[in-house]
Design a protein around this ligand. Structure first.
Ligand code: AMP
Ligand code: ZN
Length: 459
């Protein structure tokens, strides 16, 4: 069976045909590193990690290149730096913020079982490429400098008589309607009210670089140009897959397409545009004001990363997901069971019943249903779970982590179990039942068999 992917641009599921099967290329928009990542940010990380693993499985590990950027120049970073390190020069404070947040992001996504991408470029290391693209856009008549800014003109793009894509095609909007609906208080240096910023002046003390377009004052890039530059540097002018959350379709991805296609005279930037749906918490939009804003870091204190991963993959990536405690508890119980059955066996090939739904536009809910059906085939279950990024630990590690997290003292449990065994030997069933109830109250479930008594922390 072949891989089929849904493309946001053409609005259809199509067979995936890579430009070069020896070098399959994917770009995903990464985090802006100013704070802990929230559980919504974990969704693209997990979804595109599954796709990365599936591509590696299909084309070979050495033939897939996955680029996920780190946005380390942004107003939110500057604000955070000024707030958290008021005594430091701004540039130093910014470095502290991006270093800390970047480290935390890595710790979080490692715990979620996500492989590191092949390259994780930082925006601040690609200013030269941004300037180059900007110069090309000015030369082509798609961009202009005004009052120390450089602006891109979607109208110039759509007026160009060429094989360029139409501005608005990705997000299914018409430029005329955007022009008609634009705000009236547009910045005075903009020629058209839909023109967007490629480069802007830096305020005193802010990070700044020599400007393109002969602008004397130093400045800094706009957000959209960063991704065009990093994708170009690491994947070329035209590549296979570009991903991110659905909120990025407009304006971010629409503008990326515009910049890249106009700079390099391309009809397409990526052949498949993939977008994950949004995550909400207990049926509400996640927001700081509602008090239901949860970071990955906080969740990892209560749940193993693989539980969060499974919980995310139970919903198809294009559907909205409702993140609930009930579903998390169920995911935890499922993983406990899979760890017991499959973690310590030699993995076999992933089962066709799991791989086939994945090949159908990453149908993870169906793949997970198939995993439930593999309980009697431990080797296939193990291989299939590993393909999906599970079973990073042994069964014993999993169980002991659960004990630690629950605060259960294993030594105390063993002592009580020995007492209970002694009570049973002298047929004091009242005492043995009392100890069993005591253990249950501690959150410990016991199981008697002819080989003795085993125990685990109950979920
Ligand atoms: P940001 O740092 O806000 O640019 O987000 C990083 C990534 O997380 C982007 O791909 C966003 O589309 C995605 N994202 C942000 N919030 C959510 C959410 N609530 N649900 C799903 N994806 C999200
Ligand atoms: Zn981006």
């Amino acid at each position: 069976m072949e891989l089929r992917l849904y493309d946001t641009l053409t609005k259809e599921k199509r067979p995936f045909v890579p430009l070069d099967a020896n070098n399959v290329r994917m770009y995903v928009c990464g985090p802006t590193v100013y704070d802990f990542a929230h559980i919504g940010n974990a969704r693209p990380v997990i979804v595109f990690d599954v796709l990365f693993r599936l591509l590696r499985h299909t084309y070979g590990e050495a033939h897939v290149k996955y680029v996920r950027n780190i946005t380390d120049v942004d107003d939110k970073i500057n604000d955070r730096a000024a707030r958290d390190f008021p005594g430091l020069p701004l540039n130093e404070a910014i470095r502290k913020v991006t270093e800390q947040t970047g480290k935390q992001f890595h710790a979080d996504v490692d715990a979620l079982g996500a492989l590191r991408p092949s390259v994780e470029p930082r925006a601040t290391e690609h200013i030269a490429e941004m300037r180059e693209i900007i110069e090309r856009l000015i030369k082509g008549g798609f961009a202009y400098a005004a009052e120390d800014h450089v602006l891109f003109s979607p109208q110039a793009m759509n007026a160009a008589n060429s094989s360029l894509p139409r501005y608005g095609a990705l997000s299914n909007r018409s430029l005329d309607e955007m022009i008609a609906g634009a705000r009236v208080d547009v910045a005075p240096y903009k020629k058209g009210n839909t023109d967007f910023v490629l480069w802007k002046p830096s305020k005193p003390g802010e990070p700044s670089w020599p400007s393109p377009a002969g602008i004397k004052a130093e400045g800094r890039p706009g957000w959209h140009i960063e991704c065009s530059a990093m994708a170009w540097k690491h994947l070329g002018e035209h590549f296979d897959i570009h991903g991110g959350g659905i909120d990025l379709v407009f304006p971010h991805h629409e503008n990326e397409v515009a910049q890249t296609c106009c700079a390099f005279h391309q009809e397409r930037m990526a052949n498949y545009w993939m977008h994950n749906g949004f995550l909400q918490v207990e049926s509400e939009k996640m927001s700081k004001s509602l008090g239901n804003f949860i970071t990955i870091h906080e969740l990892l204190k209560d749940w193993p990363g693989e539980v969060l991963r499974l919980n995310m993959l139970k919903t198809h990536y294009r559907s909205p997901i409702d993140w609930t405690m009930k579903s998390l508890e169920e995911s935890a119980r499922t993983l406990d069971d899979w760890y017991r059955v499959a973690a310590d066996v030699v993995p076999g090939e992933p089962a066709a019943s799991v791989v086939e739904p994945l090949l159908d536009d990453l149908n993870t809910p169906l793949a997970i249903a198939a995993l439930h059906g593999l309980r009697g085939e431990a080797a296939a279950l193990s291989g299939s779970l590993r393909l999906l990024g599970f079973l990073a630990e042994s069964a014993a590690q999993w169980e002991s982590r659960k004990q630690q997290a629950s605060g259960v003292d294993a030594g105390e449990v063993e002592r009580l179990l020995a007492e209970r065994t002694a009570a049973r030997a002298r047929k004091d069933f009242k005492e043995s039942d009392r100890i069993r109830d005591l253990l249950a109250a501690m959150g410990v479930a016991i199981k008697d068999s002819k080989d003795g008594t085993t125990w685990e922390v109950a979920r």
